[in-house]
Design a protein around this ligand. Structure first.
Ligand code: ADP
Ligand code: MG
Length: 246
């Protein structure tokens, strides 16, 4: 199987704070990996390293065959990785002055030189796919949180990513809107998208993840199939965490 993400012995510091400690992690093509752990354990930093939003101090990281070196980055790989990796954040980060459709068209036009006509057709197709085809000409502020997050997913998909990163995509949503976003993510997973997902939605993790990774203070202390991790956690840190959240 092809690995989309390969991390080996990766360490990351913020000043003196050792945030990621010797992380070894591979993600296979088509795999859905859900990362769980307490607040401040390094989950966001880990996935932000994958698309070069954070530098790291030592170790190896390759994303879809593009190597990222510690510190220096590697600008050529970085540019390629940014094209191939979609990211969805807790805050939707849509451009407020652009319509929903224009939000989705922007990156393909700018980065991939996609024509206006093709970009518009893609945006319409993706909006239908995430269930909001009728909202194309609205501005983000006119949409609910759940709708905005679905636009954010469509915007990431417009770049035809090889990997999707999600950082707590439902944490800012009202409870009644969480399901509609998780549904879109579930569909993506079914269609074979490679995904790394940070979430506190344990039901989603159990159902959709191929592998669950538990991070404690910057270290992977346990990983495995969801049923194994949730029903029979081996590490006492994992047990303590799960007893708080399940
Ligand atoms: P999580 O996503 O699991 O809540 P983060 O990856 O956001 O954790 O943060 C891990 C640790 O790194 C925390 O102690 C956090 O305060 C710290 N941290 C995160 N981002 C920065 C930053 N830009 N500068 C300094 N410290 C940071
Ligand atoms: Mg976080």
């Amino acid at each position: 199987m092809t690995d989309i993400v390969q991390m080996k012995g990766m360490n990351k510091y913020f000043g003196k704070l050792h945030v990621l400690k010797d992380i070894d992690l591979t993600v296979a093509k088509g795999e859905v990996v859900v990362i769980i752990g307490a607040s401040g354990s390094g989950k966001s930093t880990l996935i932000r390293c994958v698309n070069g939003l954070e530098e790291f101090e030592s170790g190896h990281l390759t994303v879809d065959g593009h190597p990222l070196a510690p510190k220096s980055g590697n600008p050529k790989s970085l540019a390629e990785i940014r094209k191939e990796v979609g990211m969805v954040f807790q805050q939707f980060n849509l451009f407020p002055h652009l319509t929903v459709k224009k939000n989705i068209m922007l990156a393909p036009k700018k980065v991939k030189d996609t024509s206006e006509t093709v970009a518009a057709a893609t945006a319409e197709r993706l909006l239908n796919r995430v269930g909001i085809g009728n909202q194309a000409d609205k501005f983000p502020s006119q949409l609910s949180g759940g709708q905005q997050q679905r636009v954010a997913i469509a915007r990431a998909l417009a770049m035809e990513p090889r990997l999707m990163l999600f950082d707590e995509p439902t944490s800012a949503l009202d409870p009644e809107m969480i399901g509609e976003v998780l549904d879109v993510m579930r569909e993506l997973a079914k269609e074979g998208m490679t995904m790394m997902v940070v979430t506190h939605e344990m039901g989603f993790a159990r159902e959709v993840a191929d592998r669950v990774i538990y991070i404690h203070e910057g270290q992977i202390v346990e990983q495995g199939k969801p049923d194994d991790v949730f029903d029979n956690p081996q590490n006492e840190r994992t047990q303590a965490f799960l007893s708080r959240v399940l």
